[in-house]
Design a protein around this ligand. Structure first.
Ligand SMILES: *[C@@H]1O[C@H](CO)[C@@H](O)[C@H](O)[C@H]1NC(C)=O
Ligand SMILES: *[C@@H]1O[C@H](CO)[C@@H](O)[C@H](O)[C@H]1NC(C)=O
Length: 384
């Protein structure tokens, strides 16, 4: 609600500002008319008065404020549209809430915050969360509807041809499967995914799959893993022209290139499900697709068994890709260690400063012996 008020205030402020600018310009013009060119200063006062009256008269007329009225109408229209669009989306979200909630409740022990399943993020985005299921830590869903409340965003959606969709991201247990990268995406998205997703571009290659519909492009890291994964029923689903599954990723690496070496390597299953109109048939199909996604969680964890050489290859690829990060981590560790040693030494020297001459002599003797011992141990080590 606060957001609505902010948008409304912003729109009204813009309109007031624009109206003020236009009014000021008109006033300036009117004043300009009152003082015609200096070249005719001899105009008689009667004529000037007439001009003044003429200039003042239209200012009172409504027709002079056409633009301002138009802007106010536009602002009112936008506010009305915001509420109407938000209401429409709330109705659509309500239609989807039941099947999503049922699918989640069938598979997770905790859904939503206990009372509410879909949590409103904006007028067109709802979030859902679930946890408590074998093989995974939690699942997050994102219901993305058309921005019916915002004409500009709506136009953008229409131009980009994006569908209303439900994105499901399941964060799997660390030991659920040997991490590999797989992606099946619509052909038109292939270039962007292959270029922009760090995990896909680093580990996977475009795979030619004669048996997969040409609507999809498959990125595969391990032929072993991909073949088993497609056997789950995923191949049929990708080949089904009516399928609602738009995109699917299975990954153990971040989608964006890590900035530091302390990055998370969560194992994830990500699926994008296109939302048809929420008719009973549409709802049934979404439910089926969602059930398949959760079935895949079990399948990946239980049915995929990679050959040892495949597992070794996956591990090697990660070692190679993360070399730079491992080096950075080691360097940071060494620096931290060196700092601890230096701090300790400084503290000790501070103590020495405060000592009496007698104590200091003792300390110097101890220090000398310590150095000697260090030298000796170094020498014996060298001899060995
Ligand atoms: C998930 O849900 C489906 C049907 O909705 C059910 O058949 C399956 O057993 C569930 N899986 C788990 C792990 O609860
Ligand atoms: C492709 O599909 C056909 C028929 O469904 C099957 O016999 C064949 O083994 C499949 N090929 C591959 C590479 O999966």
């Amino acid at each position: 609600m606060r957001r609505v008020i902010r948008i409304t205030l912003f729109t009204l402020a813009s309109v007031v500002f624009l109206a003020a600018t236009i009014a000021a310009e008109e006033l300036e013009n009117a004043v300009g008319e009152n003082h015609p060119s200096q070249a005719q200063p001899a105009a008689d006062s009667e004529k000037r008065n007439a001009v003044e009256v003429n200039a003042a008269a239209p200012e009172l007329s409504l027709s002079n404020y056409k633009l301002e009225l138009l802007l106010v109408a536009l602002a009112v229209g936008m506010v009305v549209n915001y509420f109407r669009g938000s209401q429409q989306n709330a109705d659509i979200a309500r239609a989807w809430e039941a099947p999503i909630s049922q699918a989640l409740h069938a598979n997770f022990s905790l859904v939503g915050d206990g009372s509410q399943v879909l949590e409103r993020d904006s007028a067109a985005d709802m979030l859902v969360y679930a946890s408590g299921r074998r093989h995974c830590r939690f699942a997050q869903g994102h219901l993305m509807l058309r921005a019916r409340q915002d004409p500009v965003a709506l136009l953008n959606d229409l131009v980009a041809n994006t569908h209303e969709r439900l994105e499901i991201e399941v964060t799997m247990n660390e030991d659920a499967f040997s991490g590999f990268v797989f992606a099946a995406v619509p052909r038109r998205r292939a270039k962007a995914v292959g270029r922009d997703r760090y995990d896909v571009s680093t580990f996977a290659k475009l795979a030619t799959k004669d048996n997969i519909s040409s609507r999809f492009v498959v990125f595969s890291e391990s032929a072993d893993a991909t073949a088993q994964l497609l056997d789950s029923g995923l191949e049929e689903l990708l080949n089904d022209g009516d399928s609602l599954l738009e995109e699917i990723y299975i990954t153990d690496c971040p989608s964006e290139k890590p900035e530091t070496h302390e990055f998370k390597r969560d194992k994830k299953l990500l699926a994008t499900i296109r939302l048809p109109a929420p008719t009973s048939d549409g709802i049934k199909r979404v439910r089926e697709t969602l059930d398949f996604v959760f079935y895949l969680v079990d399948y990946i964890a239980e049915a995929i068994t990679l050959r040892p050489e495949s597992v070794r290859k996956l591990a090697r690829a990660r070692e190679e890709a993360f070399k730079e990060y491992a080096r950075l981590a080691e360097q940071e560790k060494q620096e931290a260690l060196a700092k601890i040693v230096a701090d300790r030494r400084r503290a000790e020297l501070d103590e020495v400063d405060k000592m009496s001459p007698d104590q200091r002599r003792k300390w110097e003797e101890k220090e000398r012996k310590r150095k000697l011992k260090k030298e000796q141990s170094k020498r014996t080590r060298r001899v060995k």
